[in-house]
Design a protein around this ligand. Structure first.
Ligand code: HEC
Length: 110
């Protein structure tokens, strides 16, 4: 029994170390920050009203997957489902921080 647990743990560790999943912040910097610098207005709008515009995470996920106008779609081979969850967690926090106008945001703007 104990050996099975150990084997399971080893395989989980291996999976974690070989995972290519990026964090929400890494994804944001790679795919979003150009147009939403630090979550602020750039080519795209300031992201401080997400709770009003996207009350559920699935609505926000659908929007990010699809894109809109010049905002490019993000298919799964670009951002996988786990990564999309990470990204949503990150932008929700960013959005909450931006509501406080004095906050500089989490990603330095360009
Ligand atoms: C090429 C520029 C560009 C990139 C890259 C981009 N966006 Fe956008 N984004 C826009 C524009 C423009 C809009 C406004 C779209 C409209 O309403 O016509 C927008 C709108 C949004 C909105 C809706 C804001 C609201 O309150 O209604 C969210 C959320 C958003 N973007 C998140 C992201 C995320 C997350 C990424 C990275 C995966 C990203 N964007 C990448 C340009 C961009």
């Amino acid at each position: 029994m104990r050996r099975i647990e150990a084997a399971k743990q080893a395989s989980q560790l291996q999976q974690a170390s070989t995972s290519t999943n990026l964090t929400g912040e890494q994804l944001f910097v790679r795919s979003c920050n150009t147009c939403h610098p630090g979550g602020k207005e750039g080519m795209g709008p300031r992201l401080d009203r997400l709770d009003e515009h996207f009350p559920t995470d699935s609505a926000l996920a659908a929007f990010i997957r699809k894109g809109k106008g010049i905002m490019p779609p993000q298919p799964k081979d670009n951002i996988n489902d786990d990564e999309l969850n990470n990204l949503i967690g990150f932008v929700r926090n960013l959005s909450a921080d931006l509501k406080d106008a004095s906050s500089p945001g989490k990603v330095p703007g360009k």
